[in-house]
Design a protein around this ligand. Structure first.
Ligand SMILES: Nc1nc2c(ncn2[C@@H]2O[C@H](COP(=O)(O)OP(=O)(O)O)[C@@H](O)[C@H]2O)c(=O)[nH]1
Ligand SMILES: [Mg+2]
Length: 307
């Protein structure tokens, strides 16, 4: 292990930029281990949920690559109470040039009208209102196709994914990663559970189990295959549209870019509970299982093809 002082001397700027992090993880009140991140790579040590397994990444210094413009794609369906505060939070937290592309499927609650008004006041906000098409993945693809930045981000618009993390995700891209993902399942990450929200607990447990399964089937060095909160260089997307109908597209995306040798990294975040509007994934076990079948089909097909 390199001595802390020697590292500081060797690279004072990066060190000052708090690239040495240590997270004491709490995941719904339960300690799951310690995540160490070093300026020269990463070390992840799990204490409870993966049988005290340590996974180490390559120890190499990444080149700094400036992100000049970020395009944030926001897919919305009935998010009228969430979209304006979300956009304002994003603009508050991202200091570099930012364009916001909201792709709304003609939401009956009038989300698109709110965005249309915001766009009149701020040219950085763009609205794609789709009246003939519906679906999360096609909305993301349309937003990405319309984006002009070399780097694109996307996230849920239910205020569950704090925009403050965009800064850290961008920093990871500038440090040399091709994709930076906010993760619920690494040390320091988790899901906010409110009292009386049985469906959130169920969704969290199913999601955690699914992700453990994906890790055993695909690449165990990645933890949140269903995150949906990402900053990625367009180069890594390689003009290939995201595939699928719903959250399973993320599994395929991560698998694909890792196989192609692009550098991925996860940072921890706590997924907040939705306070307004309704989850489009579902609110009961039948909804989750219906969506889950498609996820399993994608995992098995990636495993069989192994490409
Ligand atoms: N444009 C568009 N956005 C969608 C659609 N379905 C879901 N979304 C958006 O996708 C994001 C994820 O949905 P969400 O309800 O938060 O799913 P959950 O996090 O699994 O409960 C939110 O921003 C939704 O508004 C759709 O059919 N079209
Ligand atoms: Mg959500």
């Amino acid at each position: 292990m390199i001595d802390k002082k020697a590292r500081q001397k060797e690279d004072p700027d990066r060190y000052a930029d708090k690239h040495l992090l240590q997270h004491e993880a709490v995941c719904v009140g339960k300690k799951i281990g310690i995540f160490h991140e070093l300026p020269t790579g990463y070390k992840l040590q799990l204490s409870s949920w993966s049988g005290k397994k340590a996974v180490s990444g390559p120890i190499m210094k990444q080149p700094e690559r400036q992100v000049e413009k970020l395009s944030v794609v926001l897919p919305t369906y009935n998010e009228k109470d969430n979209i304006a505060p979300l956009i304002s939070e994003i603009l508050k937290h991202v200091s570099l040039e930012t364009e916001i592309i909201v792709v709304d499927d003609d939401s009956p609650d009038g989300t698109w009208q709110i965005v249309e008004n915001l766009a009149l006041e701020n040219p950085a906000i763009k609205l794609i209102r789709r009246t003939d098409q519906r679906g999360l993945v096609s909305a993301l693809n349309d937003g990405i196709a319309a984006s002009t930045g070399k780097c694109v981000a996307w996230m849920d618009c239910d205020l569950s994914m704090p925009p403050a993390h965009l800064k850290d995700l961008i920093r990871k891209i500038e440090a040399g990663h091709d994709a930076a993902v906010a993760s619920r399942f690494i040390q320091g990450g988790g899901v906010e559970i409110l009292t009386g929200s049985g469906d959130t607990v169920l969704a969290f447990l199913l999601s955690r189990t699914l992700n453990r399964f994906i890790r055993t089937m695909l690449d165990s060095s990645f933890f949140d295959y269903t995150s949906g909160f990402i900053v990625i260089r367009k180069q890594a997307l390689a003009d290939t549209p995201l595939k699928g109908d719903y959250g399973e597209y993320f599994i395929e995306l991560i698998h694909r870019i890792k196989k192609k040798g692009f550098k991925t990294v996860e940072i921890p975040y706590i997924c907040r509970a939705r306070k307004a509007g309704q989850s489009k994934t579902g609110t009961n076990i039948f909804h989750y299982l219906k969506k889950g079948i498609k996820y399993i089909a994608v995992i098995l097909s990636l495993k069989i093809k192994n490409k």
